[in-house]
Design a protein around this ligand. Structure first.
Ligand code: NA7
Length: 547
């Protein structure tokens, strides 16, 4: 499509800002843009709001950050009115919350549902983006906010024979809205990241038999999941100013229990290598698997890391009765390499007579057949296969669209050649006026997404207000600033487990065949990141060209 097509777009397709996605980020973006007087349209491929919380409705789907922190902080009315029922919210509750917010702020009238964006073309002369959808609609706007999510493009695993399976194939990231009854079925679950770990105990309760096909064992910690006691939520709501302030100060944007808490507990001054055997055993006596890892040197000293993994294995063996299964459940990569997982009865599920762990490290998965799954040494007859095989994270949503910036360059080609470079995770050089919410190089990977997202949307809305007040029509990240940012972000992971080439996951893009290894986050922490973003804005948007 040529940019001359822009001229053909009628007035009703022209906006100040096009926002792609109606999840947490898109909804807040719309609210803030209205607040600064901009005409915005949200384009959402789903048929309702929710984003990742709309699609990921698999059994056990739950947030691993506490509800009172994994929620919008911008409106005291909203946080006072909404009633969370559990410490860690389940998918239906998060989806209901986002619907509540959409209603409360009357957002739906500016959202177009069932509208999948397929391409974005920058018209250099006009300084506008032409946005095209699957159904052939066209929109024109000077600015585009890609609120497309960090875990929104599921990976279709290249497992041979998948389409030959005569039973039911279910994908966790596109789970049927009406749910699925596993009662009496023989089920194979592939994948033991956060999704597979959450789904395992829930499917195990229903299924006649569950085979969990595990390629890499996760580090996973028991959650404190529970219903709020009577009056507890009201007491927390009364403390919201303090809770939000603590979140803003916290490195990960979450001050209470979260998937990242174990990392915070490693600020414990004691090094594992100096601990006596008695002290080590006491740690797992008292705190189970968490006690194995909560030491000062586990992330920084590879030997301590190995020791911690061994101790972790001892803690797992205290839960899982079958020694071979317990041994298979011990991770073989250093802790800190991948995003930690929080579970509710994952290890305990393997003590059930109807649950079997299939260790793909010992006996690799060969193919799916008409009747089930074939490994090198065995065949498993199944009625249902559940894929919990992960996402093309951080970049996948944008690389699946044809995003053409200056000179007609495609974003996916630019990122394939150079790595997913951005300036602050907010913009890509050569793609003016396109904002990437929580893009690669931002804090998204290692923090509470909602905290980082709110900061990004606030920054973008303020920036758009500034541009308008100064009469600027284009803002564009400078290549040198982008490079400096990438170098700075990389310097923070040098010498940590994250620079270990054995660390393969969506954090480094290495779960996707052919994707370049590149750590996709910024580990300086949200307070430091926010300060940098604020300083850049206060100095007139250093590192950006404004015209
Ligand atoms: P993850 O964490 O990427 O986990 C995907 C899992 O699927 C992981 O165990 C993979 O093993 C496994 N996998 C992927 N492809 C295959 C094939 N072909 N065969 C066997 N096993 C496979 O995704 P999740 O959805 O669980 O979690 C993503 C994030 O969502 C999570 O970090 C939270 O932030 C929320 P591997 O590790 O590659 O050996």
């Amino acid at each position: 499509m040529g940019t001359s097509d822009s001229a053909a777009v009628t007035e009703d397709g022209r906006y100040d800002v096009i926002v792609i996605g109606a999840g947490f980020a898109g909804l807040y973006a719309l609210h803030r843009l209205r607040g600064v007087g901009l005409r915005a349209r949200v384009l959402e491929r789903g048929d309702r709001v929710g984003g990742t919380w709309l699609w990921n409705r698999y059994p056990g789907a739950r947030c691993d950050i506490e509800s009172i922190e994994y929620s919008y902080s911008f409106s005291d009315e909203i946080q006072q009115e909404w009633e969370w029922t559990q410490t860690l919210p389940a998918q239906p509750e998060v989806e209901a919350y986002l619907n509540f917010v959409a209603d409360r702020l009357d957002l739906r009238r500016d959202i177009e549902f069932g509208t999948a964006v397929t391409s974005l073309d920058f018209d250099e002369e006009a300084g506008t983006w032409l946005v095209a959808t699957e159904a052939g609609q066209r929109y024109v706007a000077p600015f585009v906010i890609a609120a497309t999510g960090i875990l929104s493009e599921p990976l279709d695993p290249a497992i041979p024979g998948k389409e030959e399976f005569a039973g039911t194939s279910l994908y966790c990231a596109r789970f049927p809205r009406e749910g699925f009854d596993f009662t009496g079925r023989r089920v194979g679950l592939i994948g033991t990241g956060s999704t597979g770990v959450q789904a395992t105990p829930v499917i195990a309760e229903q299924a006649a038999q569950l085979f969990v096909f595990q390629r890499s064992a996760p580090y996973t910690f028991p959650s404190n999941l529970r219903e709020f006691a009577p009056g507890e939520l009201d007491a927390l709501k009364a403390q919201y100013p303090e809770i939000r302030a603590a979140q803003r100060r916290a490195h990960t944007g979450a001050a209470r229990l979260s998937a990242f808490s174990v990392m915070s507990s490693m600020r414990d001054p004691r090094p594992l290598k100096k601990a006596t055997r008695e002290e080590q055993l006491r740690a797992i006596d008292e705190r189970g698997v968490v006690g194995a890892l909560s030491w000062a040197d586990v992330l920084s000293d590879p030997e301590a890391g190995e020791l911690a993994t061994k101790l972790y294995g001892e803690a797992v063996a205290r839960i899982v009765k079958d020694p071979a299964t317990a041994a298979s459940l011990v991770p073989r990569y250093p802790f800190g390499c991948r995003r930690p997982v929080i579970d509710t009865g994952f290890y305990e599920a393997f003590n059930r007579p109807n649950v079997t762990l299939v260790d793909l490290r010992q006996d690799p998965l060969r193919r799916v057949t008409k009747t089930g799954i074939q490994t090198g040494q065995a065949g498993y007859d199944l009625d249902v296969i559940v894929y919990a095989t992960g996402f093309d994270a951080m970049t996948g949503a944008l690389t699946r669209m044809d995003v053409r910036g200056r000179g007609g360059k495609l974003l996916r080609d630019v990122w394939a050649a150079e790595g997913p470079l951005t300036y602050l995770g907010l913009q890509v050089a050569g793609f003016p006026n396109l904002f990437t919410v929580q893009g690669p190089g931002s804090t998204a990977v290692t923090s509470n997404y909602v905290t980082g997202m709110e900061q990004h949307i606030d920054w973008i809305a303020d920036c758009l207000g500034y541009l308008r007040s100064r009469g600027h029509r284009v803002i564009e990240a400078l290549p040198a600033a982008q490079l400096d940012w990438a170098e700075h972000a990389a310097s923070l992971t040098d010498g940590t487990v994250l620079s270990n080439p054995a660390c393969n996951s969506w954090w480094t893009g290495t779960n996707v065949p052919g994707k370049q290894r590149f750590f996709l986050g910024y580990v300086g922490g949200i307070p430091d990141y926010r300060r940098r973003c604020e300083e850049i804005a206060a100095a007139g948007y250093t590192g950006f060209a404004l015209s």
